[in-house]
Ligand binder design. Structure first.
Ligand SMILES: [Zn+2]
Length: 53
């Protein structure tokens, strides 16, 4: 799994869940964001979606 902003690989927990945050874009597509990007954009969803374009 990769971060949809910085494209860095996101580690998974032992349960196979990625250590990141899911957000949904305007087309209801699931996007994965690493914690670094999430804090860089202060969890602002619209800014994070803008950053992926
Ligand atoms: Zn990232």
């Amino acid at each position: 799994m990769k971060c949809d902003i910085c494209k860095k690989k996101i580690a998974e927990t032992f349960l196979g869940k990625p250590k990141g945050t899911y957000i949904y874009d305007e087309n209801h597509k699931k996007k994965l964001i690493c914690f670094e990007c999430e804090s860089r954009y202060k969890s602002d969803k619209s800014k994070m979606l803008e950053a992926m374009k």
